[in-house]
Design a protein around this ligand. Structure first.
Ligand SMILES: [Zn+2]
Ligand SMILES: [Zn+2]
Length: 394
């Protein structure tokens, strides 16, 4: 895709949109103002816009020609409950204790930019749906849109998304077929023993010692029960007792987090955890319950859609800036829910590395989306439509 001067002039507008989103961040399912702004831009472009999907979600459609193909392009809208620490930033957050520390402000501006490019050029054949999703950070927004009939009301063949990545050179694009981001599950293990005098342990059933044994035993799941070729993490993050200085506790609560890719690995982590906890507690005469909840689905890219994504990325940034076989990351992303329902692909877009702007980590109070990559993301999204829904030569 050649980049006309006229299109390059649109970039200033994209930066203004991004800064406006950054100034007025809203957390998951509270994105009212954000959704209004998004809808306003899309309406001004002449698109058919629907709001209130899955809470504050917005969907707009653009149909060109007679083609039956439909693809979805998705951006996330929510910010974090985090106080921004960026003295002197002209577009700093005006909402105390809330900031766009994950760059969703940039994701929205890029997708709006793509809508603008496609609405002007109209050089594809089919329908493109622009999906603005609430509440990515909670891992609840994609499910809410799906539960609200997203795919029935706005049918799509495929869906595409991206996330900016500090630590990756600005404007580079990376993806892979198969698992690209992990699932996240949380667990809470409650061990009930019998409290007693610290000096008379034989009269008690000490849940703390049992809990310590469980924490160590959980580390054998990945090390001893899982195929070493399969990635997974089990982390205990909290250990809470009701004991005091000189009293053995009655209750211990161990909380934590697991990450993995394959559903069968997820099931194995859960089953082994339950067996170890019940076995160890039972051997010591204590009671034990395990609560295991699925927070984020793994993001598993469909190979045929990765092909489309790679071709579009190469057309925009050149083959030398595209990595089609990047290693997976153990972070989690709500986009995985969509990929459980329909084919699609997710890519990482470099936000800046080393001394480049945009290298401050995600979820850091000093983080900022790198405006220099706005045109890359906007053009990538637009190029997906041209690649997947090509206009046949007359
Ligand atoms: Zn985030
Ligand atoms: Zn994010």
């Amino acid at each position: 895709m050649t980049w006309t001067q006229e299109e390059a002039a649109l970039e200033d507008g994209w930066v203004r949109w991004r800064h406006d989103f950054h100034r007025y961040p809203e957390t998951g399912f509270n994105e009212q103002r954000t959704a209004r702004q998004v809808a306003q831009v899309l309406q001004a472009l002449g698109l058919e816009v629907h709001g209130g999907i899955g809470g504050t979600g917005v969907v707009a459609s653009l149909t060109v020609g007679q083609g039956a193909g439909v693809i979805g392009l998705r951006a996330d809208m929510d910010a974090l409950a985090l106080a921004e620490a960026a003295p002197g930033r002209a577009w700093a957050s005006q909402h105390a204790g809330c900031m766009h520390a994950c760059g969703h402000d940039g994701h929205m501006a890029m997708l709006l930019g793509a809508a603008q490019l496609l609405a002007r050029r109209r050089d594809f054949d089919g329908t493109v749906r622009f999906i603005f999703q609430p509440a990515e950070e909670h891992g609840r927004g994609a499910s809410a849109m799906l539960a609200d009939g997203l795919l029935e009301r706005f049918p799509m063949d495929e869906i595409y998304g991206l996330h900016n990545i500090p630590g990756m050179p600005a404007g580079h694009i990376a993806t892979r077929a198969g698992g690209i981001m992990a699932s996240e599950d949380n667990f809470a293990i409650r061990i009930t023993g019998r409290g007693g005098h610290a000096a008379r342990p034989h009269m008690a059933v000490d849940p703390l010692v049992i809990g310590a044994e469980i924490v160590l035993a959980l580390q054998t799941i990945v090390a001893r029960a899982l195929d070493p070729q399969q990635p997974a993490v089990v982390s205990c993050t909290e250990f809470i007792t009701d004991g005091i200085r000189n009293a053995i506790p009655t209750e211990v609560l161990i909380k934590g987090d697991t990450r993995s890719y394959a559903p069968e690995v997820q099931a194995l982590l859960q089953a082994r955890m339950r067996a170890l906890c019940e076995g160890i507690a039972g051997a010591h005469g204590a009671q034990c319950s395990v609560e295991y909840t699925h927070e984020f689905a793994p993001t598993v890219n469909w190979p045929q859609c990765v092909d489309v994504a790679v071709r579009a990325a190469q057309a925009v940034v050149g083959a030398d800036r595209v990595d089609a076989a990047t290693p997976p990351m153990m972070i989690s992303e709500d986009f995985g829910r969509f990929l459980q329902a329909i084919p699609g692909a997710f890519v990482f877009l470099g936000n800046g590395a080393g001394t480049e702007a945009g290298s401050v980590p995600l979820h850091n109070a000093r983080y900022d989306f790198n405006d220099q990559i706005l045109p890359v993301g906007a053009r990538y999204f637009a190029e997906l439509a041209r690649t997947r829904l090509p206009r046949l030569a007359a």
